[in-house]
Design a binder for this molecule. Sequence first.
Ligand code: NAD
Length: 330
Amino acid sequence: MNVLCTGGAGYVGSACLRRLLRAGHEPVAYDNLSTGNRDAVPNGRLVVGDILDRESIESTLRDYRIDAVMHFAALASVPVSIADPRSYWLTNVVGTKTVLDAMVACDVRLILFSSTAATYAFASDMPLTESSPQDPQVPYGTTKLTAERLIHDYSRAYGLGYTFLRYFNASGADPDGNYGEARSSESHLIPLIFRVATGRREKLTVYGNDWPTKDGTCIRDYVHTDDLAHAHQLVLESLEPAMARAYNVGSGSGSSVLEVIAACESVIGRTIPFEYAERRPGDPAILIASPEKLERELGWRREYAEMSRIVETAWAWHRTHPDGYTELRQ
Ligand SMILES: NC(=O)c1ccc[n+]([C@@H]2O[C@H](COP(=O)([O-])OP(=O)(O)OC[C@H]3O[C@@H](n4cnc5c(N)ncnc54)[C@H](O)[C@@H]3O)[C@@H](O)[C@H]2O)c1
């Protein structure tokens, strides 16, 4: 299939581009390079454009005879969304609406949407299933849930087939060293740990040691980007117009911040200095996904089941690309 990947120059999008190419599809990245990297796009098929630019999306959909859209492009930092919700509503909601309008105009009827654990209510029982209550507590989650509802309404009115993939913590890197996490401003735990390990940061900050968890730090569910990309392939190949689906993409178990630090220390062979700070607003204590529906309905299986393997691939990337992709070095 010819697949338009908005945000294809980003971390998860570029992993999916590689997977699609290996599976014989023809992906095209569409990205404004605000946080993404030109060098992350494996086949050089990148249209530099903004998801707020409807004309540019429409001409890309037509030029490349697109069959399906994978909509990764978004702003995705919880703390920044609290400080500046305006840009989050614009990119994540108006941007998604613009993509949908262009799809309807060009009769492209299949969309996979990168949604998030942040759409779920904080106090839910773990692990979260797709029918757990959704009640986001931060603008990032609110804008993503609003985008889900927009897509649902467009599906009913215009016959689009959609699947929401609600990721938990995307992590790891390409075992062959072709992609990894490389943002100029980073907020994710594992790349932050490796910034300390490679001397680009003095120490790590751990937000809260008084959470109601086994060691007092937050628990999250980590899933390797290759496994995430495999889920996208399975969803794409089973998606049809007018279909309406949602899947969690996670592991079914969680690791605390201290456990992730320990896993990284054991892979790199030295200790990571850290300090505790106050809890951050918008952080729930525990987020764990049930992947049962994705496994049962689409036969998804994780290749990277152990945290140590996820961390090994991430460390191999950060060790060899301390400054990210080449263009970040210039
Ligand atoms: N990384 C995670 O753990 C995680 C977890 C849950 C959901 N998600 C979702 O997955 C998607 C991808 O996340 P990621 O970690 O790869 O983020 P990322 O920042 O690496 O990638 C986002 C990409 O979108 C592009 N982009 C942003 N605004 C754009 C615009 N207006 N027009 C065109 N391109 C634009 C950026 O340049 C970047 O390449 C996002 O939608 C995010 O909300 C990520």
